[in-house]
Design a binder for this molecule. Sequence first.
Ligand code: FAD
Ligand code: FES
Length: 273
Amino acid sequence: MSGVQGALVHHGRSREIEGDVVALEPAMGDSTLLTVRVPSAVAAEIRPGRFFDILCRPDGSSDPLLRRPYSVFASDPARAELQFLVRPYGRGSAWLARRRRGDVLDLLGPLGNAYTLDPGARHLLMVAGGVGVAPLVLLAREAVASGRNVVFLLGAADASGLLAAGHLPSAVEYVVATDDGSKGHRGFVTDLVPDYVRWADQVFACGPEPMYRSLRNGLLPLRIGNRPRVQVSMEREMACGLGACLGCVVETKRGMRTSCVEGPVFDMDDVRW
Ligand SMILES: Cc1cc2nc3c(=O)[nH]c(=O)nc-3n(C[C@H](O)[C@H](O)[C@H](O)COP(=O)(O)OP(=O)(O)OC[C@H]3O[C@@H](n4cnc5c(N)ncnc54)[C@H](O)[C@@H]3O)c2cc1C
Ligand code: FES
């Protein structure tokens, strides 16, 4: 990589940018919070839910071939910085989580759509599973800054996998669940949802698809009509990230839609489960 920090290459709807790694810190057990310097214009156009496809291989290597998608966890246009929360699952993510300060990353984006806040919604319920927390942290910050009330539910395997409360605005009501009961509710994060359904004007979720199924099953009998509306981020495995390979399609009531371009955020009621 040439190492020209912040160089922009336009690719139609998306841009390939080079970003310097400026900080790394451990977060949520085995994950890493990666701070990357990017052009401030890029940081300024981030919306909660959008993501970047990041090249996860050293210069000169073609393995792994495909980029890996990462949601934006935080965006600071004044400092020209983005943050990504990286959990090591396999080769690509493990490589990314091992970066050092001064390394240069190749990012494509921002890609995809974003969560949308209804103008009249005052009470927002956010439901996160594991590193699905990333786009919802950004959304919670935006919601609190606009004077809304946020309840943020997070589920993890155990206490070490939870996000430190300091990453959320202090005005957020933060409630956690762990599989082993080492902190908060013992059980699934979706067990907590019924307590807040009548309070919430909108619900936003990010996590694995089984979590969405259980969220939906719990919500359906409690909703009045289709209220509160629920938006979910469908984090499918993605090959191209550009709408070309159709590897990430989601079946909706409007037909097949690509998660990388027409998502990743979908209305829960629009998805065929
Ligand atoms: C829109 C979008 C946003 C995302 N945002 C984030 C984020 O903010 N932080 C983050 O850590 N991850 C995020 N992911 C998931 C991340 O892209 C994958 O973890 C990554 O691509 C895995 O690549 P790999 O090369 O490490 O694993 P691979 O070698 O491709 O896979 C290794 C093994 O891990 C399994 N695996 C891969 N990903 C996951 C997963 N997410 N959950 C469970 N098992 C998995 C695979 O099935 C395989 O068995 C996001 C995914 C999408 C689609
Ligand atoms: S990843 Fe290729 S169409 Fe979405």
